[in-house]
Design a protein. Structure first.
Lengths: 660, 208, 357
């Protein structure tokens, strides 16, 4: 820590008083040491990096499963994997990538960057944040322990009934899936509440909503989508689990239950899920495009409205996953229209990015390369998406390898490429060192070529009649050559990812020291040291424009008066970010971890007996008693009676008068 | 780079009521999640209803009771209890805002009594449903609705126990006064959502 | 015919590309991919009837428009990246009002074009969709009931005359030029009926009946495969459709209505005894014998089928033997147990099964 480079904020600390205050802040916000400290830490940066590393490990595991599948499918009637194992592998691959990689890693970047971008010292609910991580970790471990014990779920990441029901999936495989859903969804919901709370209430003065960086907008919109979509899948998996455990009949046609009902519930979550993964990536792209073109984004308002429109439309098109089921035709037409309409906001954003890039002096670094790669891949994925929205065409290509191609084009192209761009972009902020450009270019080139080699031929395979989720195929189908090509591509893609891992390890030790703002970027996190100090901001800045660092005056306006002997930060109003409270945030605590253990007991033992829920309720209540009465000392209990918020009014006056 | 202080926040309060405090937001966001959950559960109820006609299905036995409809008594009583408890909770809410400790303490204890009555009534409500959870899809969904709401009654009771404990034994500080107003929001929500669920469970099958 | 048209399209595409030497390799790859898809007995792009013909026309329309859109976006991206006109210092720049206005116009125009294209797609797909079902209501033809089982297809030819109803499995014969209504049911989990050369897919859902209507205009043999993940052997749940001229179909149908032929030779008679006295009768039916179970495929005319095990294996003696002896080796997880018979019993049984014309 001693060698930490000086941040801009610390340059500002010129007087002895300032230096004393910084020492105080360092002491107050210090992260708890040791292994216990790892469990109790509430620092959003530490939690976010844990999320990133954990999710990336799951990404590698999911990638290994993908590689196993590509080996199996490389030639017809291959016996590399048995049918039973293949079905587990593809289920665990999908489940891992959707629930254990994509959603958590997008949340993770939000948890790291949102407090920094809005100029505050931690998230709004630091302990809830910590709880969310441990619930996620336990859910992931549960899935993989079960998988290695040959109890991996094998009914697909969607677990359609009746195949996943008690009649056709005896054993505990599907129960593992259902409970893992509960874990990851609780975690995602915690993340969403944390992000919304932080964005709404913790913004630095002056950062009214129309000055919010697009990254933060994207995180905000995603969080709201999580809040309305995730309950659907939690309910679906709970009903499935109760059908399996206590003989309810929600999905049993013999007793008035309904198999299609499950599909509606699953896809009411499942389609917004795609946008939950994709919208944060739009935020990464906007950040990268702005920084590397050194331009203000073209059409800020249109971009924000597009994000919001995408979120709304995202809830109106789940039925296009179900066109092959017997449904009324009128309904289908509605969902066709909605599914096609969602191409409009995506199109608008791509046009705006191109307009931003147009005529700018580009600083073509690896993050921007990934963004350019994103545009190429995502546009193709979007166009095949429009094809899938058409009912007649959908009936042909639904549930074939065409869809496998499409979904990887939109998810890898739309989310993973921007994510890698984001890694290259923010890695220096996280670690203080830049990733290698040279390795980065190789990384990009291999991933781009490998990706297209794997997935482009799959369009054709789908048109040639190859259904999804088959563990092998007959030689006479003629699918062998394209499958082999795809498998070769998978190897190249894997080498590309390997380059990234090597690059990370190399850069941790010998990367170029980044300094505060290596890219000359505009958002507030770049005003801090790399990595930022535990308390983030010595003085909460006052934001003077939509591009905080670019629009800054020579003398940076800041907030004073926050306590440096308590974990205090500023709470501001929702729309205009006018100071309202000096709010003390809770610090390190073991209770969130204990709560996550109570949750774990409930769901894991709940696979075997319904009594687990009663025990879990008691345990949870016990934890809450401890949490509530146990350590009141973090809190400033001698809070004064609220005076008139005189200074807040002054602040508003100031913000208005300066027209900043 | 120099800084210039432009806003001094040292006189700002530490807590505030309603939208000012982050607790209010956290609480309401969690309630938004639960509201989505109940909305989807209600949709599930009506979806399953398409499959069973008449809804609820006729009873198998030939002895009384003959009507398969859920008995109205306990559910209606519970609705009244919850509505009444909201009035008490409003009093608690206002007392907490005013800062009158005694009124808050008394009100919270009365609310706790109401909560226990609601839970006891609820356990009778399960019996008023003429089917078990494993009889058919109707039984499953009605039990699930009642059960999920019961879960909230229990959570609400636990939270009230915690805050009552605090109000009786510790300082009546600003932070916990804000917590009590957040509890009140939760209370209104639990009662309000029951009005909807009550209509779905008890009245929807009577109008078909 | 259709393949030819596709090749012509690829070629015209190719000529356009060849003018740009840099992209020549792209053409080769594209041509390879396209040609690979033309023809084929399980292809969306090789329609054998009006339904798939309509859909494939919609596909080509959307493909060409989408390709144009893709190229336009790529070109503008390429131009944007290479469009720096005047050098400036590295401080963040503000664009002039004039440039912003021009760009705004272009963005609005591009959005407008997007909307127009989407509208065209929507209208076209709506019209095609209506065309697929409109004719269904007009015509009356053959009615076939398909029941999906883990992992094979039960095929039942419906008829007003109950004595003309018969059941077979995995191989469906239909007359050319006659509309066929498929009523789809599932006995266990969800399956999906899909013969890409003839029509899109339709799910078979337990507790529900779904209907799909199709017609073959070209005689031919078309392969289909279950398209909804249905568990262990989802990969080996295929079927064949034989589209035949009406007379040929009628002959086949008349033969199928008959009960099974009586065993002629001594070996076949012994084989029948083996069949009736072993576990076979627990699941299979052979009309005209006491065997009447319908858990597995109906074997009355087994020897007329080209394949066994849901279009997985050729129907010959060695495959039959393998299958009867231990089908778990061939299609692991399927519902048929191993049958360890004495060699002479096995040979007799095979003689009998192969006589079931």
């Amino acid at each position: 820590m001693a060698e930490r480079p000086q941040s801009l904020a610390e340059h500002a600390a010129q007087t002895d008083a300032d230096r004393r205050e910084i020492r105080e802040l360092e002491r107050v916000w210090a992260r708890p040491p040791g292994i216990i400290g790892w469990f109790t830490d509430t620092d959003h940066k530490a939690i976010a990096l844990r999320y990133v590393v954990t999710a990336f490990v799951f990404f590698i595991l999911g990638g290994i499963e993908a590689a196993l599948m590509r080996i199996q499918l490389a030639r017809p009637e291959n016996h590399f994997l048995s049918a039973d194992l293949y079905n587990q592998v593809f289920t665990v691959h999908g489940t891992t990538m959707m629930f254990l990689f994509a959603v958590p890693i997008m949340t993770a970047l939000g948890i790291y960057l949102v407090p920094l971008m809005v100029g505050t010292r931690d998230v709004a609910f630091p302990r809830l944040n910590n709880y969310g991580y441990f619930v996620y970790l336990i859910g992931g471990i549960l899935l993989y322990v079960a998988f290695f014990l040959n109890t991996g779920p094998d009914a697909g990441w969607f677990s359609y009934v009746p195949l996943s029901g008690p009649g056709y999936s005896p054993g505990k495989r599907v129960d593992i899936w259902a409970q893992m859903i509960s874990f990851t969804e609780i975690s995602a919901l915690c993340g969403a509440v944390v992000v919304i709370g932080t964005v709404f209430k913790m913004r630095a003065p002056g950062m009214s909503l129309h000055r919010l960086p697009l990254f933060v907008w994207a995180q905000l919109v995603t969080s709201f989508m999580i809040i309305f979509a995730m309950p659907a899948v939690m309910l679906a998996s709970s009903l499935l689990a109760s059908d399996r455990l206590i003989d309810t009949h929600f999905f049993n046609p013999a007793e008035g239950g309904d198999a299609i009902l499950y599909q509606h519930m699953f896809w009411f979550f499942g389609h917004p899920e795609v946008y939950i993964i994709f919208i944060p990536a739009l935020g990464f792209i906007s950040s990268i495009v702005v920084t590397f073109s050194r331009r203000r984004i073209f059409g800020y308002t249109a971009m924000v409205l597009s994000l919001i429109a995408t979120a709304f439309l995202g809830f109106g098109l789940w039925v296009h996953h179900m066109f092959a089921t017997p449904l009324p035709q009128l309904g289908q037409s509605f969902f066709t229209a909605a599914s096609m309409m969602i191409a409009i906001p995506s199109g608008v954003q791509i046009f705006c990015w191109i307009a931003t890039l147009w005529g700018a002096k580009l600083n073509v670094k690896t993050p921007l390369l990934f963004v350019l790669g994103f545009v190429a891949i995502f546009v193709m994925g979007g166009l095949t998406g429009v094809m899938l929205a058409s009912v007649p065409l959908n009936l042909q290509i639904h549930d074939t390898f065409f869809v496998v191609a499409h979904l990887h084009y939109v998810l890898i192209g739309g989310a993973v490429f921007p994510l890698f761009g984001a890694f290259y972009y923010w890695f220096p902020k996280w670690t203080g060192r830049l990733l290698s450009e040279r390795l980065g270019r190789w990384n990009f080139a291999l991933m781009f070529i490998g990706f297209n080699l794997v997935f482009f031929p799959m369009h054709q395979l789908g048109l040639n009649g190859m259904p999804r989720r088959v563990y092998t195929y007959l030689p006479e189908t003629g699918w062998a050559n394209l499958n082999l090509l795809a498998s070769v591509g998978a190897l190249i893609l894997a080498i590309g990812v390997l380059f990234f891992i090597v690059n990370c390890f190399w850069a941790r030790r010998s990367g170029v020291v980044a300094g505060d703002n290596p890219w000359g970027a505009d958002t507030l996190e770049w005003s801090l040291a790399s990595p930022p100090p535990d308390y983030n901001f010595f003085r909460i800045p006052v934001v003077e424009g939509g591009y905080a660092l670019w629009d800054r005056s020579q003398e940076i306006p800041v907030v004073i008066g926050l306590s440096s002997t308590k974990r205090e930060t500023l709470v501001t109003s929702v729309v205009d970010a006018v100071p309202e409270l000096r709010y003390e945030l809770p610090g390190p605590s073991l209770w969130p971890v204990l709560l996550s253990l109570a949750t774990a007991e409930t769901f894991i033992v709940g696979i075997f007996t319904a009594w687990a829920f009663a025990i879990g309720a008691v345990l949870t209540f016990a934890v809450f008693i401890g949490w509530f009465f146990g350590d009141p000392n973090y809190e400033n209990v001698d809070a004064k009676e609220p005076p008139e918020p005189r200074d807040a009014a002054d602040a508003l006056q100031y913000l208005r008068s300066e027209e900043v | 780079m120099n800084t210039r202080p432009v806003i001094d926040v040292s006189d700002l309060p530490h807590h505030g009521f309603d939208t000012v405090d982050t607790i209010w937001w956290g609480n309401n966001l969690l309630l938004a999640i639960e509201t989505s959950m109940f909305a989807i559960l209600i949709a599930t109820y009506f979806y399953l209803r398409q499959n069973i006609s008449p809804w609820p299905p006729p009873l198998a036995q030939l002895t009384a009771p003959f009507s398969p409809l859920p008995g109205l008594g306990f559910g209606t009583a519970n609705a009244l209890v919850l509505l009444l408890s909201c009035l008490v909770m409003m009093w608690v809410d206002l007392s907490a805002r005013r800062g009158s400790q005694g009124a808050t303490q008394r009100g919270l204890i009365i609310c706790l009594v109401f909560a226990f009555i609601a839970i006891i009534l609820r356990s009778f409500e399960f019996r008023a449903v003429k089917f078990r959870w494993d009889s058919n899809a109707y039984g499953s969904v009605v039990w699930f609705i009642l059960g999920m709401h019961m879960l909230h009654l229990i959570t609400l009771t636990c939270e009230t126990v915690l805050l009552t404990g605090w109000a009786l034994t510790r300082d009546f500080d600003m932070k916990h006064r804000v917590d009590i107003t957040a509890l009140a929001v939760y209370w209104y929500w639990v009662a309000g959502i029951w009005m909807v669920l009550y209509a779905v469970v008890y009245w929807a099958p009577r109008f078909s | 015919m259709i393949a030819k048209r596709q090749i012509a399209q690829v070629e015209s595409f190719g000529r356009w590309y060849f003018r740009r030497a840099r992209l020549r390799w792209l053409v080769l790859v594209a041509a390879l991919l396209f040609l690979n898809g033309c023809g084929g007995f399980q292809s969306v792009l090789n329609p054998g009837g009006p339904q798939s013909e309509h859909i494939s026309r919609l596909w080509w329309f959307m493909l060409f428009v989408s390709t144009a859109v893709f190229l336009l976006v790529m070109i503008s991206l390429w131009l944007a990246v290479n469009s720096r006109t005047k050098p400036t210092n590295s401080s963040p720049e503000k664009e002039t009002v004039g440039t912003k206005g021009r760009k705004g116009l272009i963005v609005i125009l591009a959005t407008g074009v997007t909307v127009a294209i989407l509208f065209a797609f929507m209208v076209d797909s709506f019209l095609v969709g209506r065309g697929l079902t409109a004719e269904l209501e007009r015509k009356q033809g053959l009615n076939i009931e398909i029941t999906g089982h883990q992992w094979w297809w039960e095929v039942r030819y419906q008829d007003v005359d109950a004595s003309s109803i018969f059941t077979t499995a995995n191989e469906i014969h239909i007359p050319v030029g006659v509309p066929v209504t498929f009523s789809l049911k599932a006995s266990d989990v969800i399956h999906s009926f899909w013969v890409p050369n003839l029509h899109g897919k339709k799910d078979l859902i337990p507790g529900k009946i779904s209907t799909i209507w199709l017609q073959a205009d070209r005689p031919g043999v078309y392969r289909g495969q279950c398209a909804e993940y249905c568990g262990h052997q989802h990969a080996h749940m295929a079927l064949w459709i034989f589209a035949e001229p009406l007379e040929q179909f009628d002959a086949w149908r008349r033969a199928q209505i008959q009960s099974a032929v009586s065993p002629a030779s001594a070996s076949e008679q012994k084989g029948q005894q083996v069949f009736l006295s072993s576990a076979c009768v627990m699941c299979h039916a052979i009309n005209g014998t006491p065997a009447g179970a319908n858990f597995g495929p109906n074997l009355t005319h087994l020897a007329t089928r080209k394949t066994i095990a849901a279009a997985t294996l050729a129907n010959d003696r060695s495959h039959l033997q393998q299958w009867v002896d231990d089908s778990q080796q061939v299609k692991p997880g399927n519902r048929m147990p191993a049958n360890k018979l004495r060699p002479e019993d096995m040979q007799a049984l095979l003689d009998y099964l192969q006589s079931l014309k």
